[in-house]
Structures are given as structure tokens and as C-alpha cells.
Design a protein around this ligand. Structure first.
Ligand SMILES: Nc1ncnc2c1ncn2[C@@H]1O[C@H](COP(=O)(O)OP(=O)(O)OP(=O)(O)O)[C@@H](O)[C@H]1O
Length: 573
């Protein structure tokens, strides 16, 4: 973490800067695409070694002094919060390095950190200090940089041994102090720093990329000097997201891509560390946002890509995930005018309403099951009573939702949304087309009179001839432990709910009718995702269940079972 945060603002370009400290310019063309662990140095160890886990290398002081010509002024690259950074050439290998000399007057002793030399300048140079005639950095490049940075942080959080957080606290605290504008609120509160503190700092960098504004800019008016403070009210008002974009982009980005990037940023910058996403999920989301597409609209993100479902739900609110009820298809996005936000608002309000309703139903079901467990008799009459209660609760939720949407101002904040999203656990299961069609047809006749969440998808299906439609249903579940039992209960409940229309707790997406292009793209994403997740455990691997279905050439039915934890519905109690 410590090392890589300093590497974030740097990336390579083909041309190198000439420096008297450069003795072997051919090394400038070192391949940087692939992430490699940083190199660290300390004067306390004189032997050079490689460990199996991290490939950490140590150097002796003499070697680094020679490389930097005894830390000569002409080798000075710049100075940061830690101290000065010198360019050097390792005599043994000829490799170019940047040697950061931690401030001698601080409490760091004589510590040096060694980085691969990055020849293209810093992110700040490219974002804020463009040379005359230099083109502003485009949207996709910004997303690629964010993706690369997330990969680096993911490596440090998940793969390096020892992971960040085991470093000595003195070092950590100095570093954080010097990165004012990037430090997480828990640091100011004096709380422990965790990997989620890094996620916050990453969020600040992401916000810089989106807005083209510095984390701290004292040249701006008081209320705009601190970037995060400036952005927080905007995070709560999605209509204003497009206003956040760097004006230098001249609106050359898809609105959906921007909305998703802002949504991710907003999650990273949550006040409460536990509400922030895992960097691995941020990385996956950015892997999609950084893909160039013909129409400039980012790919839809398969929900199963994420370890924590809060990310998929947050993205789905901005029209991304391919299997969520709230997302828009590419066709929909194309049909939307870039500035229109009314229909998006409606979509979001509808999604919020559905979420609230689902939450109430789920809670009710849990209670019903508990009651059924306590007493064997009288469950029918109880269930009727419960259903009446449920109905009235749903009505209340609808009323409050519609009154807030009428006022147009009482929008749920992103923070609240994320908190709700955070508590949703979603599981997937797949079955064959035959089986699914059977289930779907028996349900379709009893489809709720209630306004369908999935009407958009249904209509897509109606206009699509493809036999490879992907179907999905979302059902609410009360318990997580015994999946098989639940599966049966789920089906029973699901059918009963249809009979009880319009209080239909079973939500279905009958079609995510992909056109051929999207189908192809989906495949590409799957490949990429598999790559990203290759180091994850088997049960986290993506699409493992899908493979069987695809092998038989059948479309698969994705069933999402959403379980809401008790605290979600506490709002409605
Ligand atoms: N690996 C590197 N390759 C090339 N230049 C580098 C490298 N690391 C740092 N520099 C340059 O050295 C200067 C100081 O870097 P440093 O990392 O100390 O700055 P910073 O990111 O502002 O510091 P801090 O992390 O303490 O906030 C920067 O201008 C940066 O461009």
C-alpha cells in the first residue's frame, strides 16, 4: 500500500526524459503493462534477497548511493510528503529506478524506497499541467488509469504477503499526514487505518480523474477547495453527475459510464469504512468501464462478477449490470438523450420502491417462517393476517415513495442506497432452458397486475427473435443456510405469491434479450472476468455454473435469490 500509493500518480509513455543520471536509456522501454510488485530498500539489511511470496528486493545503501550519484541534485526528480525522489541506474542490472529518500529529519531513520522508474510523468502532470498543444486525457484513458491503479491496490490488499496494515504505524501515520486531501476520515478521528482507508484514498484519485480537479486546490473558492467536500452533495443528486465531469472532456463520454464511475467513487468515499467496497470489486467494475466500445457506451457488468453485491446493485442503479432488474440495456441508453434525466429518475424511483417492497416482503417471510416453526397449527389464519399486514405495509411504502417522488426533492441519498445495497446478498443458480421455460410459462399466466418491474425486459423479449434469451428471476429468501431446502421453499412461495397477485414477491426478468453484438461482448467479458478471478477460490469463480448450460447450447436461466438481512427492513418497522 505505502509504496503503491506513491506509484498511483505515475504512468509510462514511450518517450523518456533525458537525465544525467540515466546511464542506460534502453531500459526506458521496460514493459509496464503488466503489474509487477514494487521494489523496496532498507539500509538495515545488506543482503539482497528475493522472497517467494512478494519478490521483494533489498539493496544496500552504497548501491543506491552509486545509482543516484550520491543523491546528487541533478538526479532529483521531485519532492513529496515523504522526502525527495531521485532518479538512478542500478549498476548491477542497468535498470532505471526512482529512489525515494525518506525525510532524514523525520522519524524514519535512513530508509529508502526503490521504485521502477516511470518515464511518462505523473498523473497530475497529465491532468492538470498540460503542455500547449497537448490533448486533454480522454475518458477511456482515465478509466484505464483508474483500473490499473485498482489492480495495484488489489494486489497489495489481497495477494501480497504481508498485506498492508502490518507495516509499522509510525510510517503509516506520517504518510497519511502528508497526503492531505487523500486521507480517510478515520485517520482524522484517530481510528485504525485499514484496507478500506486505502479504498477511500483511491476514491479521491478516481474523483480527480473524473472531475479534473485537484484533491486540494487552494486557488478555488472556499467551498471548492476540498474536492471530496465539494463532491459530497452532488453524490446525493444523480441529476448533477454530468456536471461533475472535467469540462476538458467536452462531454465526450457516455452518460451511463460517467454515472457508474461517479457511483463507484461515491461508494469509495463513504464516511463509514465498512460501507466502502472491496478494491477487488472496484477493480472489476473499472475493468468494464475502461473497455473501449464502438458506441462509447460501457459494457454491462455481469452481477456475478462481484464479491460483494453492493457494487453490482449500486451500478445497476446507473444502468449497468446485465442481470439486475433496474438496469438499462444498451438499446435503452441509446434511446435516451444525453441530457435527459427524468426517465432515469423514474427508473430509480421505481427501483427504490421495488427494493422497499421486497425488503418488507422478505422480513414478513422470515417472521412467517419463524411463526410456522414455533407453532404447527393455525398457520393458515396467521398467514392470512400476515398477508393483510404485508399488503398494508406495502401500500404505505408505495405511498411514501410516491409522495417523495411527487415532491421531487426527497431523493434517497446514495449513502442510504449503498447501505441498503450493502445488506443485500444475492446468489445465483442456473437451470436448463427446458426447465426454465416450464417454470416461466406456468408463472407467466399469473403475472402480477402490479406494474411489472421488468416490463422493459419483457418488451425487449417480445421484439427479439433470439432463442438465446437469458432469463432471470429474483426471489426473496428468508434464510441462507440450507440452500437446497430453500430452493424448494422458494419455489413453493414463489408460486403461492403469484396466486396472491398482485402481491407478487417473485420478480422475474424474462428476457435480457441481447443482440448479437452484445452476446459477443458478453463472451469477451466473461473471458476477461475469468482472467481477473483466476486467483480466487473456486466458489468465487465466475460462470462456473454457466459452463454446463452453455455446453449444451441452451440458454440459462439465472435466478437470483435475494436475501435481505434484518436490518434493511428496520427502516420500515
Ligand atoms: N517511480 C517514479 N518514477 C518517476 N518519477 C517518480 C517516481 N516516483 C516519484 N516520482 C516523482 O518524484 C516526485 C515526488 O514523488 P512523491 O511520490 O514523493 O510525490 P507525492 O506523490 O506527491 O508524495 P506523497 O506520496 O508523499 O504524497 C513526483 O514529482 C514524481 O513525479
Amino acid at each position: 500500500m505505502i509504496i503503491m500509493m506513491n506509484c498511483f500518480p505515475c504512468f509510462t509513455s514511450q518517450k523518456s526524459r533525458n537525465s544525467p543520471c540515466t546511464t542506460n536509456e534502453t531500459n526506458e522501454n521496460v514493459e509496464h503493462d503488466e503489474f509487477r510488485p514494487p521494489v523496496a530498500a532498507t539500509t538495515k539489511r545488506i543482503e539482497e534477497r528475493e522472497t517467494e511470496q512478494t519478490s521483494l528486493k533489498t539493496f544496500n545503501f552504497r548501491e543506491l548511493a552509486t545509482a543516484t550519484k550520491n543523491f546528487r541534485q541533478e538526479c532529483l526528480l521531485g519532492e513529496g510528503g515523504f522526502g525527495r525522489v531521485y532518479k538512478g541506474t542500478l549498476q548491477s542490472t542497468g535498470q532505471l529506478v526512482a529512489v525515494k529518500q525518506l525525510d532524514k529529519h523525520g522519524l524514519h531513520d535512513q530508509r529508502l524506497l526503490v521504485f521502477e522508474y516511470v518515464s511518462g510523468g505523473s498523473l497530475q502532470d497529465h491532468l492538470y499541467e498540460q503542455k500547449p498543444g497537448q490533448k486533454p486525457m480522454d475518458w477511456i484513458t482515465r478509466m484505464k488509469i483508474a483500473f490499473g491503479a485498482a489492480q495495484g491496490l488489489d494486489y497489495l490488499h489481497d495477494k501480497v504477503n504481508p498485506p498492508p496494515g502490518t507495516c509499522d504505524s509510525l510510517f503509516l501515520s506520517s504518510r497519511v499526514m502528508d497526503t492531505y486531501g487523500y486521507s480517510a476520515p478515520e485517520y482524522t478521528r484517530g481510528d485504525d487505518l485499514t484496507v478500506k482507508s486505502d479504498v477511500y484514498s483511491f476514491g479521491v484519485v478516481l474523483l480527480e480523474l473524473i472531475t479534473g480537479r485537484r484533491a486540494i486546490d487552494t486557488t478555488k473558492s472556499n467551498d471548492e477547495q476540498n474536492l471530496v467536500a465539494w463532491a459530497q452533495p452532488i453524490f446525493r443528486d444523480p441529476k448533477r453527475y454530468p456536471d461533475m465531469a472535467d469540462p476538458l472532456l467536452r462531454k465526450n463520454f457516455s452518460e451511463r459510464g460517467l454515472n457508474q464511475a461517479v457511483a463507484i467513487t461515491s461508494m469509495c468515499l463513504q464516511e463509514e469504512p465498512t460501507a466502502r467496497p472491496l478494491i477487488s470489486d472496484v477493480m472489476v467494475a473499472l475493468s468494464f468501464l475502461s473497455m473501449s466500445t464502438e458506441d462509447g457506451i460501457p459494457a454491462t457488468v455481469p452481477m456475478s462478477s462481484f464479491r460483494d453485491k453492493s457494487m453490482s446493485i449500486a451500478l445497476s442503479r446507473h444502468g449497468s449490470c446485465s442481470v439486475t432488474p433496474f438496469c438499462l440495456s444498451r438499446k435503452d441508453v441509446n434511446n435516451k438523450s444525453s441530457s435527459s434525466s427524468d426517465s432515469e429518475d423514474e427508473e430509480e424511483e421505481k427501483a427504490e420502491k421495488e427494493e422497499e417492497e421486497e425488503s418488507i416482503r422478505s422480513k414478513k417471510k422470515e417472521e412467517q417462517e419463524e411463526t410456522a416453526g414455533d407453532s404447527d397449527d393455525g398457520s393458515d389464519s396467521n398467514s392470512e393476517k400476515d398477508q393483510e399486514e404485508e399488503h398494508s405495509q406495502l401500500e404505505k411504502a408505495r405511498e411514501s415513495s410516491s409522495s417523495s417522488s411527487d415532491s421531487g426533492s426527497e431523493r434517497r441519498s446514495i449513502d442510504e442506497t449503498n447501505a441498503t445495497a450493502q445488506s443485500l446478498k444475492i446468489k445465483y443458480s442456473y437451470s436448463s432452458e427446458e426447465e426454465d421455460n416450464e417454470k416461466l410459462s406456468s408463472k407467466s399466466s399469473s403475472k402480477s397486475n402490479e406494474e411489472s418491474t421488468f416490463s422493459r425486459y419483457d418488451s425487449d423479449r417480445d421484439h427479439d427473435d433470439s432463442s438465446r434469451n437469458t432469463s432471470m428471476r429474483i426471489n426473496s429468501l428468508a434464510h441462507e443456510d440450507n440452500e437446497e431446502d430453500e430452493e424448494e421453499n422458494l419455489e413453493t412461495r414463489s408460486y403461492r405469491d403469484h396466486d396472491d397477485s398482485p402481491r407478487n414477491t417473485s420478480m422475474r426478468i424474462n428476457s435480457l434479450a441481447h443482440d448479437d453484438d452484445e452476446e459477443e461482448e458478453e463472451e469477451n467479458h466473461e473471458t476477461r472476468l475469468e482472467h481477473i478471478h483466476s486467483s480466487k477460490t473456486e466458489d468465487q469463480s465466475v460462470y462456473s455454473d454457466d459452463d454446463a448450460g452453455e455446453a449444451s447450447g441452451e440458454s440459462s436461466l439465472h435466478r437470483i435469490e435475494a436475501e435481505e438481512e434484518e436490518h434493511i427492513s428496520s427502516d420500515h418497522d
